[in-house]
Design a protein around this ligand. Sequence first.
Ligand SMILES: Nc1ncnc2c1ncn2[C@@H]1O[C@H](COP(=O)(O)OP(=O)(O)O)[C@@H](O)[C@H]1O
Ligand SMILES: [Mg+2]
Length: 441
Amino acid sequence: MGRERAFRTREGRLQSWLPLRLPPHRASSSTLAGAYPFLSPPPPPVDRAFVGTDALTGERFAFDPWDLYAAGALTNPNVLLAGVIGQGKSALAKSLAIRSIAYGRRVYVPADPKGEWAVVADAVGGTVVRLAAGSATRINPLDAASSDPVTAHGQRLRLLTALAEATLGRPLGPPEHSAVDAALRAAVIACGDRQVTIPDVAATLAEPDRDSASADGTTVLERTADGRDLLHAIRRLIRGDLAGLFDGPSTVTVDQDTPMLVLDLSALDDEPLAIAMTCAAGWVESAIVAPGTGPAWVIYDEAWRVLRLEPLVRRMQAQWKLARAYGLANMLILHRLSDLDAVGDAGSRARSLAAGLLADCSTRIVYRQESDQVATAVAALGLSTTERDVLTALPRGTGLWSMPGRSYVVHHLLHPDELAVLDTDQAFRFATADPTGGSPC
Ligand SMILES: Nc1ncnc2c1ncn2[C@@H]1O[C@H](COP(=O)(O)OP(=O)(O)O)[C@@H](O)[C@H]1O
Ligand SMILES: [Mg+2]
């Protein structure tokens, strides 16, 4: 028994304790934060947008990448969000979107492969553009974002190059670059005041301009040969399986005041989806970077699909570089960090582009990971051992938020009204419900 003591509390209960024999230890809060990363960080210095509660302190947790960037707490506003299916990644992204719109942010979803964002856009009075074979909706990927002809030419050229590379599955050679550049210039001149379209470029690729060919030290015959593969690649949009979606003037214009723009690509199969994403990315970009747009989220849900295509990764990276200039915060949603390793071959340029995207995300939110993914996540995100241990035990709706110099475990709280809009389980339940009329599970 020794020095054990006991006493009776005011309520009459008997309590006992052993005196603590450790010498008292004093340290600064920053030292303690290093030793016990979850104990000390103060909440992020913002009061909007509400996310939920800090799982360890119970404090209110809010996140606004623009305010945090302005406060010097983030080095960039981009966010990576990873976690196994069904953990609440989309729910978090959607409710952050809805809550951010409430104080004037805009939201763009450049590709919604599962068609689950349309309901969110409808709920906030946003715009949904749905592309499907046979529908009357068409967008012109060559709609230029810039009114400056030189910038507009660059934007269109990047789009055409990405499109051809995505279709051909290889990078373009220098003669092909010259061919597409000349074809685009000739098409723009031929169109005059009208917006140039994909069929206009196909026409000038098929019949190159003599003067521009000789100015470039080549002949019409050689230039036609240089553009042959390109022509086949972009013809797919005119006569192939994607005909009618991208081969004429846009039938929809983006209302600059719309709080949310969603491009629903859920009706497209996997392979055309990638081409459609390439075309759509340019069109959405022109909406995003239009003057006066203000701070906006650009959310790539199910981003692993985009990451399979190097030209798309390249476009994405170029757009991320511009993010700060245009006040954009990109959010990349993946299942696991190893999705980034699926880009290109080891050591390839594509792989380093994907790694660059990760490096450009100052905030990393990790939802539950499969145990075989933990090592990748720890290495990619530089997590501490305490953080590592949390990764496989996180319940649904709870994530590890890692920001420069601080980490949190956060319970994302959903309002019942939000849940009604975001419940993807409900769609699953109805899809798998007993066809004989039994109640959904
Ligand atoms: N924080 C939360 N609280 C309650 N339910 C949630 C929460 N997050 C997600 N859910 C529910 O979990 C289901 C799956 O979420 P979802 O966001 O679609 O997962 P993921 O995108 O990770 O596959 C949805 O039906 C959603 O309503
Ligand atoms: Mg999801």
